[in-house]
Design a protein around this ligand. Structure first.
Ligand code: SF4
Length: 404
């Protein structure tokens, strides 16, 4: 990396407000495919966790317990400012509305939160009711993201989910009744034994519910996932790659026809309803993560909190460092991450913005490696904007390796 780029990176200003991520590490049951950082719900653990979490949030503004991070923050000239809060998990909807209220107030007391904030809570359909949702709304949540995964009963059972398709539909009705006008659904495709037609049934049912936002994920069966054994026992397999490509392409076509515009590889939204928080991850933004296993990126430094919930609570109580894997990114890593994540967006990479922020001519540096993807119809270059075609989105990881 040239000294010119090092200079550009170190002087590049943060161009967005922060996002705050709050991790809620428990679930009512553990799904057979899950590899997130979570454990079984326990009321006593939850109470101790909420107390520790609010303590960690309260320290964000002045006294982060890790010295290196603390130096980073003390170097910042102004109070921290954010415009999104995202409760992810785990199952954040297992928190009581008063606990969510308490956590949001803790965020407000240590960070300046913009008036037009986006505050998202991930919710599982079986853990909500209209009155609980009303409580979350009163607490300051203004966006819900429901983990629906499928509208077919057989698929929900196969994934060991606790809710039924009917419960998912009812939960969304309850959200509307509670006043939420910004609702996202997660659906999962390429499930074991799932045909293209069965997948599209879930897509059509989601469209009929008219959410503002949808995230479509392809199921990844991890080596130690219990689902892998169940698949072997029941002789379920995932559809061939060609079918997966059809699932993806046809779903996107139907969603777009229904007014949900694709803006990222896995995400579609109605106008003005893109996830402002998640966009920070894809547009070279900065965020602070709170809770066990939460990741943060700020001022060219990246760190992760200790993953164990018990250890996290003990460390917060003792005022000990929470961060593990803390390190300053090299200028090359910052540039690589900015390119890698921007390519996930339908808008792609703005070469002029990269030139301004990092002092790098993207095409001059990577053009020779990218040319073959353009010839294969996976990548397009319009002026100084590089973006994936729909076909390219299916092989995005291969293309992204050029940048890392
Ligand atoms: S609800 Fe989500 S986080 Fe919890 S076990 Fe299931 S997939 Fe994992």
């Amino acid at each position: 990396m040239s000294s010119e780029v090092i200079h550009q990176v170190t002087k590049a200003p943060s161009h967005q407000l922060l996002g705050l991520y709050i991790h809620v590490p428990f679930c009512s049951a553990i799904c057979n495919y899950c590899n997130f950082n979570r454990g079984l719900f326990d009321a006593d653990l939850k109470a101790r966790y909420v107390e520790a979490l609010t303590t960690e949030v309260a320290r964000a503004g002045d006294e982060i317990s890790d010295n290196v991070v603390a130096r980073r923050f003390r170097a910042a000239p102004a109070r921290l400012a954010a415009d999104t809060i995202y409760f992810g998990g785990g199952t954040p909807s297992l928190l009581e509305p008063e606990e969510v209220h308490h956590i949001i107030r803790a965020c407000e007391s240590s960070v300046d939160i913009a008036a037009d904030r986006e505050v998202t809570l991930e919710a599982n359909p079986e853990s909500v009711s209209e009155s609980r949702l009303r409580g979350f709304r009163d607490a300051g949540v203004n966006r819900l993201s429901f983990g629906v995964q499928s509208f077919r009963e057989d698929e929900l059972r196969r994934l060991s989910r606790l809710h039924s398709a009917d419960r998912a539909r009812t939960a969304i009705d309850e959200a509307r009744a509670a006043g939420f006008d910004n609702v996202s659904l997660d659906l999962m495709m390429w499930l074991p034994g799932q045909s293209v037609g069965q997948w599209l049934e879930s897509v059509d049912r989601a469209i009929a519910i008219a959410p503002e936002h949808l995230s479509l994920y392809m199921l990844e069966v991890y080596p130690n996932a219990p689902l892998r054994e169940e698949m072997a026992r029941a002789r379920w397999s995932q559809a061939p790659d060609d079918d997966a490509a059809e699932m993806y392409g046809e779903a996107m076509a139907r969603l777009e026809a229904a007014g949900l515009e694709q803006y990222e590889i896995s995400n579609v939204a109605r106008s003005g309803r893109r996830s402002r928080h998640n966009l920070k991850y894809w547009t070279d933004g900065e965020w602070l993560g709170f809770g066990p296993g939460a990741h943060s990126t700020r001022g060219g430094v990246r760190w992760k909190n200790t993953s164990s919930t018990e250890e996290y609570i003990d460390r917060v109580r003792a005022g000990a460092a929470l961060a593990v894997d803390l390190r300053r990114l090299t200028p090359d890593e910052q540039l690589g991450d900015a390119l890698f994540t921007a390519l996930r967006l339908v808008d792609g990479i703005d070469e002029n913005a990269i030139q301004t922020r990092y002092g790098v001519d993207v095409w001059r540096r990577y053009g020779a490696d990218l040319e073959r993807f353009i010839e294969a119809g996976c990548l397009r270059r319009d002026g100084t904007r590089l973006s994936l075609t729909r076909q390219g989105m299916l092989v995005a990881h291969e293309i992204m390796t050029v940048f890392v």
